[in-house]
Design a protein around this ligand. Sequence first.
Ligand code: ZN
Length: 203
Amino acid sequence: MKIICIGRNYADHAKELNNPVPQNPVFFLKPETALLQKNNPFFYPDFSKDIHHEVEVIVKINKIGKHIQQKFAGNYYDEIGLGIDFTARDLQAAAKAKGLPWEIAKAFDHAAPIGNFLPKSHFADVQNFDFSLKINNEIRQQGNTKDMLFTIDALIAYVSQFVSLKIGDLLYTGTPAGVGPVAIGDRLQGFIGDIEMFNFEVK
Ligand code: ZN
């Protein structure tokens, strides 16, 4: 499986990092080795001094697809979850300054914690639900999927023009504003509505 991540899909987050709002989705990949599951702790890596949290809604692909039309994209997933796109912001800034790819800042081991998934039937409207991240019991990020610049279906249609989707692939759909550093000892809890989706510690 692979992890496809969308960058800059919420205008308020693009703005906080001084990035332009994109005309097309921006995407990058994380390998399977980036997964961190079952609320296992995240061990702060020694190659960065500025690991940032980005809480993101995740879609789990359930069908093989290529060149998927937007109107059929909803048939390619039936579960929605929540996770963190951990980002070594210091390494990313250095890569960006040199015009280099971001993998070093995004693809490292355990940079993709995922929590539970909910069936799509749980949601009255997949493009209108609240999600949030608490750190040490304080809300740090809050979003609603209605604020996505590109809808889930638009993202699936766009990405599948370039990259075939396979069963089990995960699509991270971008983070709202409020990204910031994590520290050893922090407890991260993610919520969709009031439902706790993950709960793990940084060690
Ligand atoms: Zn992200």
